[in-house]
Write a protein that binds this ligand. Structure first.
Ligand SMILES: Cc1cc2nc3c(=O)[nH]c(=O)nc-3n(C[C@H](O)[C@H](O)[C@H](O)COP(=O)(O)OP(=O)(O)OC[C@H]3O[C@@H](n4cnc5c(N)ncnc54)[C@H](O)[C@@H]3O)c2cc1C
Length: 382
């Protein structure tokens, strides 16, 4: 099952993603073909249980698929990542929502339903664990108004998993998660997406204007959203963003290697790579950093497969390291490939721009370091 999923991802990456990644980046165009292909290949239900038609695979396959997609087009990999996180949140819905979410999980497994997370808010910025919007009681359900500041795949999904403070919550982390079908009255995409990187993933803001959510679409108990964010979403998000970083590093390494082999100093009768030891040394550093990241990811996967005391430290540290490594490896690639990269004749400048998203996406690299430092000193994190 694992190998089959990886080989389907590889086939989609080379047939669908690679040929259009450059154009989609330029035009900031969301690839609906990529989502269709992932759905047809059965990859949208990758981690969902067999009973709802999913393939029941674990973090190892998830990371492998993401890295494979990211090597071809990190925007699509991020769309897929946010979808898998949303499906994990939906699949762990409380018992009273199970009957309502099961048909949605079946649609996801059948490849007909894309979802995403709408956590970050304009008011609390990268502190996604502290929404400023508050759900208001409405009979058995709630009404939600919120300004969600960045939502990957905004306007292209069938549902959003949204957070809001619980109606009677006391503290800033007393949140609840809800499932919001995209067609709900009051949901609108509030602006365009024109980012520096990951330009083809439609990470636009959305507005929720008095949206009605029935109680059967309340995914967690009141106030239990925070725990679901930390236990269900965070480990997979951090693993997935690290896998995106790995895909970017691998792509940068292979594009740089190929440039060093093919670009020539005609007056010397040598390729760049044959001619300049300094470029070979930098290429070697890129390889060492990429291998180091792959090893970190394997280590995190082992920790997630067999959780132990150090698991949360690995969850936090792997994303922090991956964000920096992706920037380092793609920056080196920019320098090694010189003018050819700078003038956008190679895909490397796209990889370089895409690589800068990882450290910014919450929990940001700074916040992760803050959490790790506090936890080593026995301080409370929130
Ligand atoms: C491409 C992309 C896609 C995204 N997709 C989604 C999505 O699908 N769903 C979603 O919910 N969100 C999404 N986000 C939002 C993302 O997770 C962050 O919330 C957002 O990028 C943070 O924005 P900000 O820079 O305004 O945060 P700010 O909080 O203003 O951060 C500014 C700076 O302050 C630092 N900082 C903040 N707090 C601390 C602290 N406590 N200690 C130390 N330093 C700190 C940060 O590291 C950063 O350098 C996406 C973001 C991007 C870039």
């Amino acid at each position: 099952m694992h190998d089959a999923a990886i080989s389907r991802a590889r086939e989609i990456a080379s047939r669908v993603l690679m040929p259009s990644a450059g154009q989609n980046d330029k035009a900031a165009r969301f690839s609906t073909e990529a989502v269709e292909s992932l759905g047809e290949a059965g990859l949208l239900g990758l981690m969902l249980p067999l009973e709802v038609g999913g393939t029941g695979l674990g973090p190892r396959t998830f990371a492998g698929v993401i890295a494979m997609l990211a090597e071809a087009d990190a925007s699509v990999a991020m769309v897929y990542l946010m979808h898998v996180l949303a499906t994990a949140a939906i699949a762990s819905a409380r018992a009273s929502a199970a009957a309502s979410v099961t048909p949605i999980l079946r649609e996801i497994s059948a490849g007909r339903h894309l979802s995403t997370l709408a956590f970050s808010e304009a008011g609390s910025r990268s502190h996604f664990w502290a929404p400023v919007s508050r759900a208001q009681r409405n009979g058995n359900g709630v009404h939600i108004s919120a300004k969600k500041s960045w939502v990957t795949s905004a306007g292209h999904v069938q549902s959003y998993v949204v957070s809001a403070l619980s109606p009677e919550g006391n503290g800033p982390t007393d949140s609840t998660l809800y499932l919001l079908p995209a067609g709900t009255r009051g949901v609108s995409v509030a602006g365009p997406w024109d980012g520096l990187g990951l330009r083809a993933n439609a990470s636009a803001p959305i507005t929720l204007d008095d949206c009605e959510v029935p109680s059967h679409f309340q995914l967690t108990d009141d106030g239990a959203g925070f725990t679901a964010m930390l236990n269900v979403v965070l480990p997979l998000f951090n693993l997935g963003t690290a896998a995106v970083a790995l895909g970017l590093c691998r792509a940068a390494l292979s594009a740089t290697t190929s440039h060093l082999k093919t670009a020539k100093f005609e007056h010397l009768g040598q390729s760049l790579g044959e001619s300049l030891p300094t470029l070979r040394a930098q290429l070697a550093t890129m390889q060492i950093e990429t291998d180091g990241l792959a090893a970190r990811i394997d280590d995190l996967i082992e920790h997630l497969e067999k959780p132990r005391e150090t698991t949360m430290l690995r969850v936090l540290g792997t994303k922090a390291a991956a964000g920096d490594l992706a920037i380092s490896v793609t920056s080196t690639a920019m320098r090694v490939c010189g003018g050819a990269a700078f003038s956008k004749h190679l895909s490397i400048e796209r990889l370089f721009r895409d690589a800068h998203a990882g450290a910014v996406m919450a929990p940001t690299g700074d916040v992760l370091r803050e959490f790790i430092g506090k936890s080593l000193l026995g301080m409370s994190l929130f």
